[in-house]
Design a binder for this molecule. Sequence first.
Ligand code: DGY
Length: 323
Amino acid sequence: MKPKLFLTRKLPEKVMLELRDKFELKYNQKDRVLTKDEIITGVKWADILLCLLTDSIDAEIIAAGENLKGISNYAVGYNNIDVRAATEAGIPICNTPGVLTETTADMAWALMFAAARRVVEADNFTRKGKFKGWAPELFLGNDIFGKTLGIVGAGRIGQAVAKRARGFEMTILYTDQTSNQYLDEELGAKRVELDELLQNSDFVSLHVPLTPQTNHLITGKQLQKMKKTAILINTSRGAVIKEADLLQALQNGTLAAAGLDVFENEPKLEPGLIDCPKVVLTPHIASASRQTRTKMGLMAVKNAWQMWLGEKPENIVNPQVYN
Ligand code: DGY
């Protein structure tokens, strides 16, 4: 008999095939986020839960999983899961690190370019038939080449973003708990405190996980420290920035522009944000390449399978459960 896996939303076809091969599968056939009650019903039935970052897996859901042997999150970030409750219940949790690093770094750069060179505004202008010919001051933006890039959080994705800056001959500053040999030696980067990074960077890109310590890491106070010409990019988690403060900073000229792929109260946006031309907005798609979403799915299936077998998976978030 195959183990029972409950999947909260349909994944790419190759992943579905793999899931059907290994598990007795029940999944959400509606193209929407499930309600808490719907997840509880699934979890009561399942041996393994495969969930998404849009599912808030709280203590109540975890407690409902009488036979639950593991939670496989289809994301590298796992702030959507009550890790403590799962750990107390002896339930392992896995995530999908590594496979989305380069794709997410590409997106941080896409936002950097779009915000610096006003690509979205200029596209809208051109489509509306407003382009009447070349003009000396039409859509002036900011240079990227030769500027200073500040990486907040030098994990896998932060490093991949920094690596791309080499081609643009940028000075790289970063914050992290410890020095990063690759960044220091290969890229000549400098580890600094957050304030120094904010004061000296032309571009600041956020790459920290969302934890109680990083929640609202960037508020009006930090934005005040940035250069007026600076551009802030966020592909990590929305709540790392206090969105209302960012909007205010953009509106009053404290900051030149921003590129956001993630939002504090996703999918809701801070009122006024969509009317602000200084921000480029994308709907949490930094890992959304066809190849990467499939790789994430296959990794999530492998994690699920290992948890079912009782093997300690490589991508375990709470290894204490195996002690
Ligand atoms: C993640 O994996 O945490 C991203 O936000 C979505 O791929």
